[in-house]
Ligand binder design. Structure first.
Ligand code: SF4
Ligand code: SF4
Length: 625
């Protein structure tokens, strides 16, 4: 079994890390060896000083009295609160950036006025205002949604969610309030001796998922579209070969596009290019990494200055091993904590640009502030040029691997690629040329094999079965670098999907966006459900997270189940020691929301399960097999 990576570039860079004796994620994953079975099954707890407690035949409850199901669900709830809090932090930053931009205090502009108008209408804001006034009102409404009381129904849910869903959620008592207060309620519920009932905790998780998507994710992505443009299909370059050490290279890593967008703008200034050349470089380049890179490539064309995306989070250390990165700027989320040790070895400067992010030994912290973004980008570029002067002439390990990818299939772009209406897509689904659609929203993990091995495997299995894949998150980078988001990849699709690809001139995997895009995918699914006049749970669609890793992924998964979708996950989530909870999440919940989790670590079996679900939904709608 491949234990390092599906990507040749990463395997080659891994060999360099090995040769250099560098600590790296791949070796650390092996060093962890077999894991504790209590932790693996979710039945250990060290919340209070009575613990740590473990559930075993001789101790069926923790000291406080909590049982296995309550303990595992409470542990799972922690992950979901972290994910929601982090998405909400991001949403707050978008609202602040939008307001500051309207006031002329940032280097950004209102790029998509139509989306500003659409969001204002959804928020119930009168639109007889100037663009500036409207943007301020929308930013204030975003903040009001984030802060809305958890005792009230969140107006965003009522504005954006499908009507049938709202009724289902109201009946279940999971129609939530604003994400900040829902996080507060959820965290408080998970204290020792607070909520020990796994069913009650599971309902609170569903509530949190709905609040996260409608209160934070959807406004934040729409806000970013307003500021940086709504993604449209275009070709870009990906993989580690985009790093040319002869240039001053500044990398934007994380999940938020603000500093990255400011860097792209500032790096295009002739004076900065000149400065880089004076330092002995061929010029100055900006490079996208993980989700920040994904946000940027989805919205910006590549050129001589912005050159594309390296890959997902497991490609960070291999990218640094090229020795060609001058500044690695980390915004919120997904910067491994050992990067400080890479600075000396690979002649780079690790810099945090978020108050949330810190790695031991990093060179500097320049905390993003909307009204200082231009100066902050300039400072990072100057640091990059200074770094280049020091690393000039030193050995580098460039990669020769470059892959082209078509990106930018936002919901709007999908509809416009279909000629302005969903009809062509619905037609091919109704006829059975296309069996259905799967959203692949995933991280990347080494738990069940090398980087992206399983992600590529399940995507290939799905397209082979005439199922269109929409990709987001680190899973999206997996498929971009793996070559499945190209027009040529239609050769790997089944005959039906291949015909659709040829007809619409699209790849069999539509590169949609980041792990933050679950909300936008939900809007696309909502549009399909409304066009067919059915509930989301009745659609021949599903979700897969074949290599989920962290806490944002779990809340995305919980939302998908609340939304009524069959949601495949791997690796095994830490709930196996809680039989009643497992039954609730994988079986009984279907009777409540219409969705359920399907856990399967064999990707062929997982694809078969997804296909069977899609065929069941097709039959129920009276569509041909
Ligand atoms: S909260 Fe309960 S199960 Fe957890 S450590 Fe304390 S006593 Fe043990
Ligand atoms: S998909 Fe997961 S691992 Fe990847 S950047 Fe997002 S949160 Fe991090």
């Amino acid at each position: 079994m491949e234990t390092i990576s599906a990507h040749q570039s990463v395997k080659e860079q891994y060999n360099i890390l090995k040769k250099d004796g560098m600590s790296n994620t791949f070796d650390r994953a092996i060093a962890q060896g077999k894991r504790c079975s209590f932790c693996e099954q979710g039945i250990s707890c060290q919340l209070c000083s009575n613990g740590p407690c473990r559930i075993k035949p001789s101790a069926e409850r923790g000291v406080c009295g909590i049982d296995a199901d309550g303990m595992a669900m409470r542990n799972f709830m922690f992950l979901n609160t972290m994910g929601t809090a982090t998405y909400t932090f991001h949403a707050k930053t978008v609202a602040k950036t939008l307001k500051a931009t309207a006031l002329g205090k940032t280097p950004f502009q209102i790029k998509d006025e139509a989306k500003l108008l659409a969001l204002a209408e959804k928020f119930g804001i009168k639109t007889d205002k100037s663009t500036k006034e409207l943007a301020i009102a929308v930013a204030d409404a975003m903040m009001a949604g984030i802060n809305a009381d958890s005792d009230d129904e969140l107006s965003n849910v009522l504005a954006f969610a499908p009507k049938q869903r709202i009724e289902v959620w109201r009946k279940l008592g999971i129609l939530p309030g604003g994400p900040l207060n829902e996080v507060m309620d959820a965290v408080s519920s998970t204290m020792t001796n607070m909520d020990g009932d796994y069913v009650s905790l599971a309902k609170k998780a569903l509530r949190l998922g709905i609040s996260c998507i409608y209160g934070s994710q959807i406004p934040l992505e729409m806000g970013q579209d307003i500021l940086f443009g709504t993604p449209q299909p275009h070709a870009v370059n990906v993989d580690l070969g985009i790093i040319d050490p002869a240039y001053v290279n500044v990398v934007a890593n994380g999940h938020e596009p603000f500093i990255g967008a400011a860097l792209i703008k500032t790096a295009h200034e002739a004076a900065n290019q000149e400065k880089a050349k004076k330092a002995g470089a061929k010029g100055l380049r900006i490079i996208g990494s993980i989700e920040t890179g994904q946000e940027l490539v989805q919205r910006y064309n590549i050129d001589d200055v912005f050159v594309g995306l390296t890959g997902n989070w497991l490609s960070i250390e291999p990218a640094l091993a090229t020795g060609g990165i001058d500044v690695f700027a980390m915004d919120m989320n997904c910067s491994p904590p050992d990067l400080g040790s890479y600075q000396e070895k690979y002649n780079t400067s690790i810099v945090s640009v978020s108050k949330l992010v810190n790695v031991p030994g990093m060179k500097d912290q320049i905390i993003y502030k909307p009204d200082q973004a231009a100066a902050q980008a300039q400072k990072l570029i100057d640091m990059g040029i200074e770094n280049f002067k020091k690393r000039k002439g030193k050995a580098t390990n460039p990669s020769s691997r470059k892959q082209n990818a078509i990106v930018g299939f936002s919901a709007e772009a999908c509809i416009s690629a279909l000629g302005g209406t969903l009809e062509p897509l619905l037609d091919v689904i109704k006829k059975g040329t296309l069996k259905g659609v799967v959203a692949l929203v995933s991280c990347s993990t080494l738990r069940d094999g090398g980087q992206d091995v399983n992600t590529l495997k399940i995507a290939r299995e799905l397209i082979k079965r005439d199922i269109l894949v929409i990709s987001a998150g680190c899973g999206n980078a997996a498929l971009q670098v793996g070559g499945l988001t190209t027009l040529e990849a239609k050769a790997e699709a089944g005959p039906g999907l291949k015909a659709v690809c040829e007809l619409l001139k699209i790849p069999p995997v539509l590169s949609f966006g980041t792990c933050t895009d679950t909300g936008r995918i939900a809007l696309l699914v909502t549009a399909i459900a409304e066009a067919l006049n059915v509930d989301t749970k009745d659609l021949p669609v599903a979700v897969t997270a074949p290599t989920y890793m962290e806490q944002k992924a779990t809340i995305d998964g919980v939302f998908a189940v609340a939304f009524g979708l069959y949601t495949h996950v791997a690796p095994l989530p830490p709930v196996a020691g809680a039989p009643r909870l497992v039954k609730l999440l994988t079986q009984d919940i279907e009777g409540l929301t219409g969705g359920k989790f399907a856990v399967e670590t064999d990707m062929v079996e997982a694809a078969k399960g997804i296909e069977a679900h899609i065929m069941k939904k097709r039959a129920a709608l009276g569509l041909p097999a």
